[in-house]
Write a protein of this length. Sequence first.
Length: 196
Amino acid sequence: MADWWAVGTGRRKLEWIAKPLTMVLLIGVALALDPATPAVRGWFVVALLFSLVGDVFLMMEREQFILGLASFLVAHLAYIVGLVVTGLTLVAALFGVGAAVGGIMLIGRRIQRAAARSDPRLAPPVLAYMVVISIMLAAAIATTNLPAVAGACFFYASDGILGWNRFVAPIRGGRVMIMATYHLAQALLVVALVSL
């Protein structure tokens, strides 16, 4: 919550402490939990570490957007492997694919086109990222684990808001919404370790 307040009030120094510290604390929680499937924890910790790296890239004075995007892409790949390790349900997987395709059709295409207009070099990485986070959402839904599903949905929402706010049109309070949904996403995915 300190980070949300820092973002909302423009306190950059506090944001530089609170944002990475949130991820460090979540990594600590993930390492301290007794996971239902021990193999999943390693993949989730890798995802959290790459998320931390991505956070730092996106906070830099000369923002490293592509490096941040790449870091989060690797984080989602690690989450996907961790989710798949738990075993997926076919019917839920089909529903997850439908939800992901719906998200891409509703807002993903507009974000991708707007990103391409702002800088044509962004089109391929933004598209690749959207595909990978969509697979992560589908995999989380396919586990039928409520904290994992909620976490993936919040992550999808956070990145949707970020993409829209950055490339399509500014959203009032958008940065705070991005951070709140992002931190809720990561926290719920960590909580999911107990039951995945």
